[in-house]
Design a protein around this ligand. Structure first.
Ligand code: NI
Length: 179
């Protein structure tokens, strides 16, 4: 088990467009996935992208690998390891909701996202993933994949009056918890 350091906003490695994975089902790839899972669990995150631990590859993880006690009421997103993703919005509908990010600790912002998307990609074995989703699942995918295009959620915000410290906006959320 290796919990890796998570890069924070301001680190230029978070602004890169990540490289596509070209070799599937390798020992190195499976080790990287294990490190991402360990790091996400240790931080109680809802998702994590390889660039957040300084790895320049198109690989994200998200979903409920186990029950997250912080979000008992959130809809369950299937545990997913997604490589080389594409996202296609289905229709023009958007919705805004609060997001946090392990690379932007202590803050939350209201972020507009596509309501309905289709996303594709591959799992670590090279098998295709192709899903049509909406709501929270669609939001998580868009947030995590944005890390692969060098975008952090504040870069997607339109109204900075809806941006602030978690402890002020949501005092019921314990200090030090971020996603
Ligand atoms: Ni994030």
């Amino acid at each position: 088990m290796t919990v890796r350091d998570i890069l924070k906003m301001g680190d230029p490695r978070l602004l890169r467009v990540a490289q596509a994975v070209t070799e599937f089902d390798s020992d190195a790839l499976h080790l990287l996935v294990t490190d991402l899972l360990d790091t996400m669990r240790a931080a109680n995150g809802a998702g994590l992208a390889a660039p957040q631990i300084g790895v320049d590859l198109q690989l994200v993880i998200f979903g409920s690998f186990e029950r997250n006690p912080r979000y008992p009421d959130r809809p369950v997103v299937p545990p997913t390891v997604l490589l080389n993703p594409t996202i296609t919005p289905l229709g023009d509908a958007e919705e805004s909701d609060w997001e946090g990010c392990l690379s932007v600790p202590g803050l939350r912002g209201l972020v507009p996202r596509w309501s309905h998307i289709r996303y594709t990609g591959f799992d670590p074995f090279g098998d295709a993933i192709d899903r049509t989703v909406d709501g929270f699942h669609a939001r998580v995918v868009q947030h995590e994949c944005d890390h692969l295009w060098g975008k952090l959620y504040p870069m997607r915000m339109r109204d900075f009056s809806q941006f602030g410290y978690t402890e002020v906006l949501f005092p019921e959320i314990a200090a030090g918890e971020d996603d």
